[in-house]
Design a protein around this ligand. Sequence first.
Ligand code: AHR
Length: 655
Amino acid sequence: LTVQVNKPGAPVSQKMYGLFFEDINFAADGGLYPELVKNKSFETDDHLIGWKAIRGAAGLADYRVSSDRPISNANNHFLRLSVKTAGPDAGFVNEGFRGMGVKQGAEYTFSIYARRGPGSIGALNVTLEEPGAGAGPEAPGAGHTLAQAQLTGLTGEWKKYSVVLKPSATSAKARLKLTVEGTGTVDLDVASLFPKDTWGKRENGLRPDLVQLLKDMKPGFLRFPGGCIVEGTTLDNRYQWKETIGDVASRKPMINRWNKEFKHRYTPDYYQSFGLGFFEYFQLSEDIGAEPLPILNVGMACQFNSAELAPISAAKGPNAAGAADEPTLDTFIQDALDLIEFANGPASSPWGAKRVAMGHPAPFNLKMIGIGNEQWGPQYLERYEPFAKAVKAKYPQMQLVSSAGPSPDGDLFDKATAKLREWNAEYIDEHYYASPEWFRQHADRYDNYPTTGPKIFAGEYAAQTVAIGSPDNKNSWDAAISEAAFMTGLERNADKVAMASYAPMLAHVDAWQWTPNMIWFDNLRAFGTANYYVQKMYATNKGTTMLPVQRAAGAKNGADNLFTSAVADDASGDIVVKLVNYSAEARPVAVNLQGVKKLGKTAKAITLASNDLNAVNSLDQPQNLAPAETTFKVSSPNVTYTLAPRSFTVLRIPG
Ligand code: AHR
């Protein structure tokens, strides 16, 4: 192999290797957002998702979701309990998100709004318990108490009560029991159990182990909030960022677009509380050093279900299936302009003031937004054009990411993006989910893309071991090493590819809709898959300038199952070579650093390898596949190294 150190290529985009976040697989509620109470404000519907009346509670005469004099107009439903006979089990249990993960000795703030009605109910008992063996969530008395408290002095007005609970033992499947003392009526709302141990110890902070995994990747950007979540199955359940900021208790929840949606898995209790909203996404981007990239709805539902297109203007009237008062494209454009003001505007601007009021006086330094997720075709283009023009007219510096739809075939870029190219689009977002073999065979995908015009954002990609959407897909070593092979092609085309993100990012082991995913978690633990480590190895070794790599006798990248790319890293002076050996044999390589001027003596090899292509990581074996570091001596510009069978290796050779 010859690495042409003396013929440096394009600068490597410092946004390379970012994160794609979507609220799918319980990624937000039940995942990154650590609220433990499901449906805390009783807004989802009348079915009391997450709550169960305690079975056999003879004292509980009646209960219902009510909206009689609510806390606020935004949060206008609450739970009204009527108790006839006082008893220890007059109350409700909240099941959490497939249970509640609590740690021994850690502190959890329980808070609730309560209002006493007619009768003598004066106190509320709060019990955190581990359900007994075989006990359903509503079984009384079958639990083992982990922490308990009583809230007293309920009055006839809504008032917030709170207490800190410290569990006596760790449990991944705890539940919360609320019972009342006395008889009569009581109203309850916004019941929250929130860990004090959050990222940055923030009151509405995020789950620290998950944030740490993201930060460790040193991601170039964070794309949010999706995915199809941006668009909704219908425009009615699209993501509306304005509904996700301000007081957490007043954010109106919504049934998640992935609820019951996915053909293989049912999660009929999936909703979005928006406790993790746009302010928190910006804050997370800042915390992990990633550039924020919000993706906005372009007036189209997911995969442009044709009846769900916002009319271009009021003058054109509602579309056939739409209501007369449905929003026109102007609403979507205004949302984008307001978002930019929310992120970057001064305290004197209406939306900037809202950011400041939430505790972030400095701008979030938003530099780019995405217009539409995975959209294509004429319907997209006719909406994209006025949208992009309006944003550029007001914010000429704002960089725009436009969409190319889903395609493993590589043809959409040409077919659907000719217009975008004509309009000087800056980034084009391509999505592809395909087999591991496809990834290895398409390491040259970008070799013939134009070097001028829009840069590529590989916004969603992942190898699917069985089929797209199959619940049997695995985060196997075969998938991960094939992605590593493909990514040599991203790196080699640094003049064309500016951003890339694996998708999806997070999944709860007991509540997922999609496979595979980069990071899996339960209520207490989390692990990075082999795919995560591939992403991390690229992101933490991305370097600053692409260096061309030539194979002997003009062999193509990927020939004989060997894939390579290289970069120079100006900060350290290192030459960084990525090598994927997909063959089952160990493979000696000679890396000739052509024209190198300076050479250190000790190089580093970071290796991710397994002979077993089916190997995976898991909660119990989180490091089954993990990078290992070794050093080796370098004595000449012709560096020799033996690649392990089925391995991805990063060589850092000091210059
Ligand atoms: O990543 C899962 C889904 O795949 C995303 O929501 C969508 O953009 C794509 O089709």
